[in-house]
Write a protein that binds this ligand. Sequence first.
Ligand code: GDD
Ligand code: MN
Length: 377
Amino acid sequence: MTDTTIMPPQVRPRASQPLQLSVIVPTFNERDNVATLFHRIDKALPGVVWEAIFVDDNSPDGTWDVVRQLSHDDPRARCVRRIGRRGLSGACIEGILASSAPCVAVIDADLQHDETQLAKMLGLIERGEAELVVGSRYVEGGSADSFNRQRLGASQFATALAKRALGVAIADPMSGFFMIRRDKFEQIAPQLSIQGFKILLDIVATARGELRTIEIPYTFGARLHGESKLDSMVALDFLGLVLAKLTNDTVSLRFLLFAMVGSIGLIVHLAALYLALEAFHLAFAEAQAIGALTAMTSNFLLNNFLTYRDQRLKGFGILRGLLLFYLVCGVGLMANVGVAFSVYDQEPIWWLAGAAGALMGVVWNYAMSGLFVWRKR
Ligand code: GDD
Ligand code: MN
């Protein structure tokens, strides 16, 4: 019997040739697509030593189970199953960091990207001609045939905006199909955002022109099975990424949304107060309390729907979250009044004191809501 674990490293037999390429496949509800993709990649990479890492966010359709079976039959397939988390960019980053080949590619599971380009992409990187190769719909020879008019327009608008705002030079920074040298990726990985859909845009914007890039054309095909996970709200994710990159991560879209919801809350408060006074003839103190309660409730719902839509509370969690939110805002109100009071004490300018108090309140509410109400599970 031979036990390789006690052999010194230099005589330990290698399992195989050194790995050349890790292909990262983010998946969410793709059970009918993963095996087909795996076999197509295999066909597209003759003579290449590769592995595929599927990063699945605990898909309700059990994609991870299909991948596990695939992996059992062929160890070149591996599954990273994430529980309690969602997000395309985060999944890609985690998959790349869990892999080990000197080159890594990211490709969608739904066969909309063209896996037959992988060999060409690998060649360009291995020969040192590029550090990043992008599968592009918007260079000569590429296309997005399967897009409807509306989606094409939105995609082109976002592309133009990203190029302008972030100084990104490539034709298709919104592509989700690319290959990059591992060492280059690891250098910028700590600065990447795990939220949102646009990992390539993030990589290119973060690298600030430092990556030698080649774009190769491909045709964005039609999805084989299942449906797209992009909803209309991804526009928000996109704006968030542009904002974060423009301001060096100092301004977060989440905070702006939270503050915006807070301003809407003020209007709701005044409307409820007016109604309670005029229509229901309540005493002012009662009417004011009803106004505050209504505003907090609507703020909570709006934040749950918009600001924290990626961590949206559901079912019983909504009730628990609402009660915690009342608590957070209650303390925030005291902080607000306290700060306003002491500013007014120093400098009796009503609007300055009021604004200082309100700022204190929103920062407190934001920080504490993130910690206690929509905390990461
Ligand atoms: N792990 C994980 N978590 N995977 C996800 C998630 C998620 O939250 N959301 C989507 N995916 C996976 C899908 O299963 C699919 O393999 C891939 O990411 C792309 O998602 P689709 O839902 O198919 O998106 P699309 O076809 O609308 O968008 C594609 O085209 C865009 C270009 O217009 C993506 O490739 C985008 O990256 C690309 O920018
Ligand atoms: Mn797709």
